[in-house]
Design a protein around this ligand. Structure first.
Ligand code: SF4
Length: 329
């Protein structure tokens, strides 16, 4: 019996193999595929093959949450949100930060980037001190990235002069609906990042079952429009008292399909250096992702104050997952 397959999808995948990225409507079509269909499996295979030829090597990155407090952005998917957080305010002591940084830098596995994470309203001077401290420990080749609230172009330039190489900044799904930050504020910061010459790390997040293929496609394509340095997919994690818990969560397979659409959508973007999947997922690594993050300190997806004792993966567990997916260091 001949294999039956949707010829329109085959044509999108054929063109992708020839270097032509799908249009917005085609991304929606791909995101609409049943997660476990033959066409979705073929899409993941094509995306995986293109990503392996394109990226050549895996990337291991680390993130340290250095400050948390009840956050006025009140994102309904975040355990720091002021209306329901159960955390007490916390700022990481310099010696603890050095300890966490050494744990990533001296793990025996290559650390390609270290991220420092803070809430929407953050202590800027504290961040500059942390950047100076961390820079003394990590190798000059290791990239240093901030994952913080909105900031100005002047601050972006000062961060760069202090040793930061990039910023993770995302227009989240349903920004302004599930969060108290406007779409305009997020985009303004993305423009500040780009104008300052910092690398821009982006992500389609936090994906839940309630998000339509159109919403997901539009969010993916913002990374294409503004030429991100790293793209990624992240599913929403529902913790005990999360207001969005009733919506449920997407499977790793669904997240892998989103990763595959990202890999195809970004084919024609020369700025792109890697695709990550958050939290680490073997399925995502077989659909176009080559990057995983280990985590320590505070984590907005966790209810443990120290995420390395909770949801956070270690450098070793991320390296193992990458190796199991066929990547070698
Ligand atoms: S996701 Fe970030 S901006 Fe939103 S509440 Fe959490 S810490 Fe604040």
């Amino acid at each position: 019996m001949a294999i039956q397959c949707d010829t329109q999808i085959l044509s999108i995948l054929d063109r992708a193999q020839q270097g032509k990225a799908p249009s917005r409507d085609e991304c929606v079509q791909l995101l609409d595929l049943a997660d476990s269909s033959l066409e979705a499996a073929m899409m993941r295979g094509v995306a995986d093959s293109i990503a392996r030829q394109r990226f050549h090597a895996p990337m291991l990155q680390g993130q340290i949450g250095i400050e948390f407090k009840p956050c006025s952005a009140d994102c309904q998917f975040c355990s720091f949100a002021e209306s329901f957080t159960q955390f007490d305010p916390f700022k990481m002591a310099p010696e603890k930060l050095r300890e966490h940084t050494k744990a990533f830098a001296e793990s025996g596995k290559p650390l390609t980037a270290l991220f420092l994470m803070m809430p929407h309203e953050f202590d800027y001077e504290f961040l500059l001190d942390a950047v100076r401290d961390v820079r003394k420990i990590i190798s000059p080749e290791c990239r240093l990235v901030v994952n913080i609230g909105d900031f100005t172009e002047t601050q972006a330039k000062e961060l760069k002069e202090t040793g930061v190489t990039g910023a993770y900044h995302v227009l989240r799904l349903q920004e302004g609906v599930c969060t108290k930050i406007s779409r305009e504020e997020r985009i303004a910061t993305i423009e500040n990042v780009k104008n300052s010459g910092l690398d821009w790390y982006y992500c389609c997040e936090p994906i839940g079952p309630e998000h339509s293929s159109e919403e997901i496609a539009d969010q993916i394509l913002l990374g294409r429009e503004y030429e991100c340095y790293q793209h990624a997919a992240m599913r929403r994690v529902n913790f005990g008292h999360s207001p969005l818990k009733a919506n449920g969560s997407i499977s790793e397979l669904r997240m892998a399909n989103v990763v595959a659409v990202i890999a195809l959508a970004m084919i024609e973007n020369p700025e792109l250096t890697s695709i990550a999947v958050h939290e680490p997922s073997g399925a995502g690594l077989l659909a176009g992702a080559n990057t995983l993050y280990a985590e320590s300190g505070g984590n907005p997806r966790d209810t443990k104050e120290e995420t390395s004792k909770g949801r956070g993966h270690t450098m070793q567990s991320c390296a193992k997952m990458l190796e199991e997916a066929g990547w070698s260091f």
